[in-house]
Design a protein around this ligand. Structure first.
Ligand code: HEM
Length: 279
């Protein structure tokens, strides 16, 4: 009799990976959400945050607010079994509270805004979710980045770029060092005109704009809408006095595509690199 119990126990332990219940997954940060879908695990996501705008299926799920201003109550109420959050998600104490409430919280550790970070994120999330195609996706991404990188190396010039963010309702902000915007401008072989001056974002002032004299201004589609469209944006004090304003070289791109550091990074950098070189 005892022997049968042992055989049964071994049998159950062998089949358990296949019969494992799907996670109730809460994804925080557009890049995490995109990677989970790319790994074929999108059906396990029960909720996400408002930066999770791609793929389209992600938009249909309940939202827990904004990844930088999370509330413990909102997260716990989803009844998630696991939360995977981007490195920049927070506040930290909110994620700690959720952990203390017994929910598994995995926060990605690399917030370096590099192409290598995306590959590391794919591998970390894939491992966490036991996704069988993790290595395939990571190496596909790596080879498409390598291809993009070698094309970028041949591009002429180094346009002087100013990045304006206006998604937060706090008014227009300009990107300095250690931002995703600064990183993507460099990857596109451009020069961030605010590099070396300050870290993070600062309110846009007419004086700073004129002094920075950008050739081209990059902003987000959402931010441009919040400014009341291109014509209103061009009326922002100082902009018309910059080379970018005079020549109308204002580029807007989807926020999550441009700044998300997700698997679409090779295409986003290539598109930006071409756009900032268009006369
Ligand atoms: C609830 C409205 C929002 C608020 C209050 C807000 C606030 C902020 C703040 C304060 C920062 C700067 C962080 C820093 O200084 O390090 C930031 C950055 C950022 N936000 Fe938001 N945001 C909002 C909505 C959004 C949405 C809807 C998206 C995307 C769809 C988004 C995407 C980003 C990204 C990608 C950055 C990083 C930019 C970079 O590092 O260059 N935000 N946001």
């Amino acid at each position: 009799m005892k022997r049968w119990y042992i055989v049964l126990a071994i049998g159950i332990s062998l089949i358990s990976p296949a019969t494992e219940a799907a996670e109730r997954l809460l994804t925080i940060g557009g890049a995490v959400t995109e990677i989970v879908y790319a790994l074929g695990k999108g059906n396990e996501i029960i909720a996400n945050d408002i930066t999770s705008v791609y793929p389209e299926a992600a938009l249909k799920l309940p939202k827990v607010g904004y990844m930088r201003t999370l509330s413990a109550e909102g997260l716990v109420s989803t009844n998630a079994s696991i939360i995977i959050a981007e490195a920049g998600a927070g506040p930290r104490n909110v994620l700690d509270q959720v952990r203390n409430a017994g929910i598994k919280v995995v926060q990605l550790s690399d917030g370096s805004h590099t192409p290598q970070q995306v590959a590391a994120d794919i591998r970390a999330i894939g491992k966490e979710l036991n996704a069988s195609n993790t290595e395939k996706l990571a190496s596909q991404y790596e080879s498409s980045w390598k291809q993009a990188e070698s094309k970028l190396a041949g591009l002429p010039g180094q346009p002087r770029v100013l990045f304006v963010m206006n998604n937060s309702g706090r008014g227009a902000q300009v990107a300095g060092d250690e931002t995703a915007a600064n990183a993507i401008i460099k990857l596109a072989h451009g020069e961030n005109v605010m590099a070396g001056q300050y870290k993070g974002y600062r309110p846009l002032t007419a004086e700073a704009l004129v002094a920075a004299a950008p050739d081209v201004i990059v902003t987000t589609k959402e931010g441009l809408e919040a400014s009341g469209g291109l014509q209103n944006f061009l009326k922002t004090p100082g902009i018309s006095m910059t080379p970018a304003g005079k020549s109308g070289r204002i580029i807007s791109m989807d926020t999550q595509y441009l700044l998300g550091f997700n698997p679409r990074l090779p295409e986003a950098v290539t598109e930006l690199a071409q756009a900032i070189r268009k006369p």
